[in-house]
Ligand binder design. Sequence first.
Ligand code: NAD
Length: 491
Amino acid sequence: MHQPVQMKYAPVKNYINGGFAESKGNRTLPVVSPIDGNPLSTVPMSLTADLDDAVAAAKKAFPAWSRTPIKERVQVFFRYKYLLEKNLEELAKLCSEENGKTYGEAVAEIEKSIELTEFACSLPQLVTGEVLEVSRGVECRTEHVALGVVASIVPFNFPSMVPNWTLPNAIALGNCLIMKPSEKVPLSTGRLAKLLKEAGLPDGVFNVIHGDVEIVNAICDHPGIEAVSFVGSTKVAKLVYQRATNNYKRCLALGGAKNHLLVLPDAIPGMTAQNVAASMSGCAGQRCMAASAMIGVGNIDSIIDKICEEARKIVPGENLGAVINKESQQRIERYITEAEQQGAVVLVDGRQAKVNGKENGTYVGPTVIDHVTPGMSVATEEIFGPVISIMRTNTVDEAIAIENANPYGNAASVFTQNGGMARYIIDRASAGMIGVNVGVPVPREPFSFGGWNESKFGVGDITGKSSIGFWTKLKKTTIKWNAEAGVNWMS
Ligand code: NAD
């Protein structure tokens, strides 16, 4: 007889109308900690009927919430920010457990969630409309109006931060939101739902529906949902963008990445090596902003030596977390082996990484691969692991051509002390977020986050000021009160 598996947490539930709710379906998936392979919980694969309940609750909440003045709405987020701070340790622990990242990385993720919330608190200052007397006694004015019920579909790599890219802004701007977390990391979102309730968010304004492809498709098809934001791989971003826009919904879909670093011989060696090593290995390389391909222009051998030195200081289970599951671990190792077979040289090898006492954890050590050529799969495909693939060119223009030829366009960075050369590369790199001597060039609030090319489908960015355009529509009103204004050809 099988012993029932001991779960650390109770089964995950949906969150509808201010309370946790069982799914109407009976299919569940296990939730496992990548740190040690221990079972944490189960997550329901919801049905369209569950989504219908969430949309109905959100629709019911929308009139009162959207008519609440924004200065009142953001009070909820001042309190939510305080609650994120107060519960930081617990949130970070849960995030690390379900995702596999280190506790320190999880703390940084919650701190970023706090910054995102601070931005939402500033929205009343940013969404004032415009007014102009357009002819005598006649004024035109504009105001930002909430869309209605909106949805946000998120990936596994940031269980707290990516939900907080959309949640505070969409809701503070007057919308009611349905969040679809990744089935691999469903626990953190439930905790956020509780904090929002404690912060005083009215029931129905925020709802969580768990599931996989079936529920994502149902979100794209649901007639009660006005807009869909998506963050995940390019393959799925394309599917979601097509399906949602085919149903005449507003959609912003952020995809995968292959971020290039251009390292010039005059780069400061120590700083460059530290930045490159931290960028490729942070969150076990599972960041859409991670450095993945590096192009050395001219002779940068001594910088590569230093990068290897830095990489060797990064130890799985100590300052390097786990990758999300066995499938990912095997995929990453396959890429390394394939590169080696194609003639690349593995300078630091992260394959077969083991952590004592955590034999069922899924780890890949930091990996530096040199003499990669542009046609190899490690040069062109998103690996999503702690791996840097180094290519060499003689000129900056050749390096730019390699960067430009990659289909993605999330981030690119240049390492140099030459300002003119940095400007030359900034102007020519085909990516939405550029770094100069910065390994992870994430724009901080109020600047917005978003890539180009196959890293993003749709108009505008997902965070910061640019998100206002996505989560609202403009109402334009022309007003005349006094008869002396008369009648002219325009009004
Ligand atoms: P994913 O695309 O597999 O999953 C993302 C979401 O889509 C999840 O909620 C998942 O349940 C759902 N999903 C998965 N397959 C689906 C399908 N066939 N049809 C409909 N929905 C589906 O991504 P992931 O593995 O969770 O996350 C890693 C990816 O996300 C990487 O490619 C990474 O670069 C990307 N990412 C991008 C950004 C960005 O800002 N551009 C940020 C974070 C992560």
